[in-house]
Ligand binder design. Structure first.
Ligand SMILES: NC(=O)C1=CN([C@@H]2O[C@H](COP(=O)(O)OP(=O)(O)OC[C@H]3O[C@@H](n4cnc5c(N)ncnc54)[C@H](O)[C@@H]3O)[C@@H](O)[C@H]2O)C=CC1
Ligand SMILES: O=C(O)C1=N[C@H](C(=O)O)C[C@H](O)C1
Length: 269
C-alpha cells in the first residue's frame, strides 16, 4: 500500500447516525478518500444523492460483496447492526480490505475467530466498542480502581434505538475490570430478586444495568463501593461527533497492524 496516496475507504451504514458522521469525516479529511458506501437500500445511486450527504460522487451498493468486487479500497468502516457488521467484517478480510468496526454486539468467541482470520490473511482489523477518547479513559480508570474496589456495578445509558444490551462499552469495561478484580459475588449472599432482572446482568459476579431512554446519546457510570466510601467514574457522549477522532485514529492505525485489535486503548499513545 502506498502511504503517500489517500486511504480509500468504504463506509457501511451511511444513513445511520454514526455512518453519516463517518462519511462527513472522510469527506473532510485530506488523506482520506471515500471509495463507496454500502447501504441497505439505494443501490446504484451516488452518495451525494442521499439526503444530507456531502458532495461525494461515488456509488452506493446494497451488497457488501458486490462492493468489494467492484471497488478498490484499503479500509472498511462498518457502523451497521450486530449481525450485518459480523458478515461485513468477514467479507472485508476475504477481500483484503482492512475493517474498522464500530458496530457492537461481538462476543468474545466472535473476536477470537476473527482475530485468527485476520492473522491468517496477515492484515489488520480494529473493533472498537467505543471510539470516544473519554470513554476509553473511563474504562481504563475503572480498571485501575477495580484493583482497590472489587465491589462494582456498571450502569450504561443509551438512546432507545439501540439494538444490543448491554452496550459494547459495558461489556468491554466488565472484561477489563475482571482482568484485575478478584472474583466476587456481590450483594448479600441470600439476596433474592423479587422481580426478575432487578439486579441486572451478571458478569463474574459483577452487575451490569442497561438504561434505554429517548433523549440520551451514550453514557456510562461505573460505581465502586468500599468501606464508608463510594467512587463513581462517568463518561457522557453528548453528540456523535465525540466518536470521530477515534474513527480517524483507527483508520490510520489499521494500516499499520497485522492482527485484530479489540479496543481503541491498544492504539492510543
Ligand atoms: N464504537 C463506537 O464508538 C460506537 C458504536 N456504535 C455502534 O454503531 C452501530 C450503528 O449505530 P447507529 O449509527 O447509532 O445506528 P443507526 O441505526 O442509526 O444506523 C445503522 C445503519 O445501518 C444500516 N444497515 C442495516 N443493515 C445494513 C446492511 N445490510 N448494509 C448496509 N447498511 C445497513 C441501517 O440502514 C442504518 O442506516 C451500532 O452497532 C452501535 O452500537 C454507535 C455509536 C458509537
Ligand atoms: O449504540 C450506541 O449509540 C453506542 N454504542 C456503542 C456501545 O455499544 O458501547 C458505543 C457508544 O456507547 C454508543
Amino acid at each position: 500500500m502506498n502511504m503517500d496516496q489517500p486511504t480509500r475507504i468504504i463506509v457501511a451504514g451511511p444513513r445511520g447516525k454514526m455512518g453519516h458522521e463517518a462519511v462527513q469525516l472522510v469527506h473532510e479529511t485530506e488523506h482520506f478518500q471515500l471509495a463507496a458506501a454500502v447501504d441497505s437500500k439505494n443501490n446504484g445511486k451516488k452518495v451525494q444523492d442521499l439526503e444530507g450527504m456531502p458532495s461525494e460522487d461515488v456509488l452506493v451498493y446494497d451488497d457488501m460483496e458486490d462492493c468489494l468486487q467492484a471497488v478498490e479500497a484499503d479500509v472498511l468502516v462498518d457502523l451497521t447492526t450486530p449481525e450485518v457488521g459480523k458478515k461485513h467484517l468477514e467479507l472485508a478480510l476475504d477481500y483484503g480490505v482492512r475493517p474498522v468496526v464500530g458496530t457492537t454486539g461481538f462476543s468474545p468467541e466472535d473476536i477470537d475467530r476473527l482475530r485468527q482470520k485476520a492473522e491468517e490473511k496477515e492484515i489488520g482489523a480494529i473493533i472498537a466498542p467505543n471510539f470516544a477518547v473519554g470513554a476509553v479513559l473511563m474504562m481504563k480508570f475503572s480498571q485501575m480502581a477495580a484493583k482497590y474496589f472489587p465491589d462494582v456495578e456498571i450502569i450504561e445509558m443509551h438512546h432507545d434505538n439501540k439494538l444490543d444490551a448491554p452496550s459494547g462499552t459495558a461489556a468491554k469495561t466488565a472484561a477489563l475490570i475482571n482482568e484485575v478484580r478478584p472474583h466476587k459475588s456481590q450483594g448479600h449472599p441470600d439476596e433474592k430478586e423479587e422481580l426478575e432482572g432487578a439486579r441486572g446482568a451478571e458478569v463474574d459476579g459483577l452487575r451490569v444495568h442497561s438504561v434505554r431512554l429517548p433523549g440520551l446519546v451514550a453514557h456510562q457510570e461505573v460505581m465502586f463501593g468500599g468501606s464508608s466510601q463510594t467512587l463513581s467514574i462517568r463518561h457522557d457522549s453528548i453528540n456523535r461527533k465525540s466518536f470521530m477522532p477515534g474513527v480517524k485514529l483507527a483508520v490510520e492505525n489499521v494500516l499499520r497492524v497485522n492482527t485484530l485489535v479489540y479496543g481503541l486503548e491498544n492504539i492510543m499513545e
